[in-house]
Design a binder for this molecule. Structure first.
Ligand code: GLY
Ligand code: MN
Ligand code: MN
Length: 451
C-alpha cells in the first residue's frame, strides 16, 4: 500500500453494469424454483417524501432490482413460468412529456420490453384490467406480503375480483406463498459479476477510510470525517452511502447506532468509524477504530489488539463447510478470554461464555450477509441448523468490545472505550477473500498511516 495521500490521484475506473443476461438468468432460476402453474408478483420501491414536495433520493427495492434492473419507482414485475405468451410481464409508468421535462426520462412501456427483456410491458394505468387475468387460473401466488399495506390490499382486490366470477367459470388461486424464501436463497450466492461490484464498493470505501484516517485530528467535528468519506465515495462514482455513517468519538462508540456525528473529536480519545458506500446498488460495510491524535495509549492498544485477535480467530473459521456460527463462537472465545486477562471480567472462561457474561461488552454477532442490502437477505439458520458456508456467500466480520461509560464493575480508565473492526469477505473454494483489502488494521499500520 502506497504511503501517498490516499485521496490524491485519478478516480477509480468504473466497473461496468451487470449484463442483461444476468437478470434473465436470475428470473429463470426463480421460475425454475416456483411451483407449476404459479405466478410471482414483485413490486418496485416507491418515492418517499423527505420534506413537503421534496423526496428522498430514489433507491430501487433490492428484490425488484435483482430480478429486473428496472430503475423506476412503482413498477410491478410479474413472472409466469411456462406461459406461452411470455413469462415476464412488466407494468411501468407511461411516458409523459411534462413529467419527463421536470424529472427526467422514463423508459415507458413500449421501450421496456426491448430494454429490460420483458415479454410484455404495459402502462401501470392498465394493471387493474390486465393483472387479474394473469392471476386467474394460476394455483399459487408468490408475493412478499406485509411490506406495503396498499399493495397487499390491491392484490386482495384483484383476487376478489376473480372470486366474484367463479360462477362464470373463473378459477381463483388457492394458495399464497411468501416469495422471500425462494428469492432470498438465490440472492445469498453472489455471481462473479456481483463480486466485481462488491469488490469495487469495498475498494472505494477503503479509500474513503484511508482519507478519513489521514485527515483525522483533535478538534474536528465527527461530521467532518463523515464529509471526507462522502467526498471520496462520490469522487469514484458512488453517490450514496450504503447506510448512515457512524462516526463516534470517545464514549459515543458505545452507542451501537450512533449517527448524530455532531461532537468534537478530542485528543486522547478513539474514534470509531463505521461507514461504507453503495456502488451500483451493492453495499460495503467497513469499520475502523483509531486514535484521534494518531497514537494509541497503552490501554487502548491492549483492547484494540484483543478485538483484532477476535477478528483473526473469526477469519480462521471462514471456509466452505464451516457453519455460520463457528466464526462467532471463535470471536466470543477470544474476547471472553481477553476480558479476563485484562481484568474486565472475572471467572472461568467457559463459565463466563456459558452464561453470556461477554454480552455486556460484545452485544452483537460477529457478522451478517452483505450484498444489495447492507444487512443482506438469506436465512442464517435454515431448518433450524446453522447455515454451512459455501463459495459465493459474502459477509462481514466485525467483532467489537464496548465498555459502557457507566459500567461500575470495571476500573474507571476502561469505561467508555468502544472498539470495532469490520471487514467484508467472500467465501471461496478454499477459504475466503478479503474484499476490504488495503486498509490498515494493526495498530502499527494505523499509526504509520496517520503519522
Ligand atoms: N453498519 C452496520 C453494521 O455494521 O452492521
Ligand atoms: Mn458496519
Ligand atoms: Mn456490519
Amino acid at each position: 500500500m502506497t504511503s501517498a495521500e490516499p485521496h490524491s490521484g485519478e478516480p477509480l475506473a468504473p466497473v461496468g453494469a451487470l449484463p442483461r443476461s444476468e437478470f434473465h438468468r436470475r428470473r429463470r432460476r426463480l421460475m425454475d424454483l416456483m411451483d407449476d402453474n404459479s405466478i410471482a408478483i414483485v413490486t418496485a420501491a416507491g418515492l418517499a417524501v423527505r420534506s413537503r414536495d421534496t423526496e428522498y433520493p430514489f433507491r430501487q427495492d433490492s428484490d425488484f432490482h435483482y430480478l429486473t434492473d428496472f430503475p423506476e419507482p412503482d413498477a410491478v414485475a410479474v413472472l409466469l413460468p411456462g406461459r406461452s405468451h411470455g413469462e415476464f410481464v412488466l407494468f411501468c409508468h407511461e411516458k409523459d412529456p411534462v413529467q419527463e421535462l421536470w424529472h427526467g426520462a422514463r423508459v415507458g412501456a413500449d421501450a421496456a420490453s426491448e430494454a429490460f427483456g420483458a415479454d410484455d410491458a404495459f402502462p401501470l394505468s392498465d394493471i387493474d384490467d390486465i393483472l387479474p387475468g394473469l392471476i386467474e387460473g394460476r394455483d399459487r401466488v408468490y408475493y412478499s406480503m406485509g411490506r406495503s399495506r396498499d399493495f397487499d390490499a390491491r392484490i386482495m382486490a384483484w383476487v376478489n375480483s376473480i372470486r366474484s366470477k367463479v360462477a362464470a367459470g373463473a378459477v381463483p388461486p388457492g394458495e399464497f406463498t411468501d416469495l422471500d424464501h425462494l428469492l432470498h436463497e438465490l440472492r445469498l450466492y453472489k455471481s462473479a459479476a456481483e463480486l466485481r461490484q462488491l469488490r469495487h464498493a469495498a475498494a472505494i470505501s477503503v479509500k474513503a477510510h484511508r482519507r478519513a484516517m489521514v485527515q483525522c485530528r483533535p478538534g474536528l467535528y465527527e461530521y467532518a470525517l463523515e464529509a471526507e468519506m462522502q467526498h471520496e465515495y462520490a469522487r469514484h462514482g458512488a453517490r450514496h452511502a450504503a447506510y448512515p455513517a457512524i462516526v463516534a468519538g470517545g464514549t459515543n462508540a458505545c452507542t451501537m447506532h450512533y449517527t448524530a456525528n455532531d461532537r468534537r473529536l478530542r485528543s486522547g480519545d478513539l474514534v470509531l468509524v463505521d461507514a461504507g458506500c453503495e456502488y451500483r446498488s451493492y453495499a460495503s460495510d467497513i469499520t475502523r477504530t483509531y486514535p484521534v491524535s494518531g497514537r494509541f495509549s497503552r490501554r487502548q492498544r491492549k483492547l484494540y489488539e484483543l478485538v483484532l485477535a477476535a477478528q483473526q480467530a473469526a477469519f480462521e473459521r471462514l471456509a466452505p463447510g464451516e457453519d455460520w456460527n463457528a466464526s462467532h463462537e471463535a470471536s466470543v472465545q477470544v474476547i471472553t478470554q481477553g476480558l479476563v486477562d485484562l481484568g474486565l471480567l472475572a471467572g472461568r472462561v467457559e463459565a463466563l461464555i456459558e452464561r453470556g457474561a461477554y454480552r455486556d461488552f460484545y452485544m452483537h454477532r460477529v457478522g451478517h450477509w452483505l450484498g444489495l442490502d447492507v444487512h443482506d437477505v438469506g436465512d442464517y439458520r435454515p431448518g433450524g441448523e446453522w447455515r454451512i458456508l459455501e463459495p459465493g456467500m459474502v459477509l462481514t466480520v466485525e467483532p467489537g468490545v464496548y465498555v459502557a461509560p457507566d459500567n461500575l464493575a470495571v476500573d474507571r480508565p476502561w469505561r467508555g472505550l468502544g472498539i470495532r473492526i469490520e471487514d467484508d469477505v467472500v467465501i471461496t473454494e478454499d477459504g475466503f477473500e478479503l474484499l476490504s483489502e488495503g486498509l490498515p488494521r494493526s495498530p502499527d499500520e494505523i499509526e504509520a498511516l496517520m503519522a
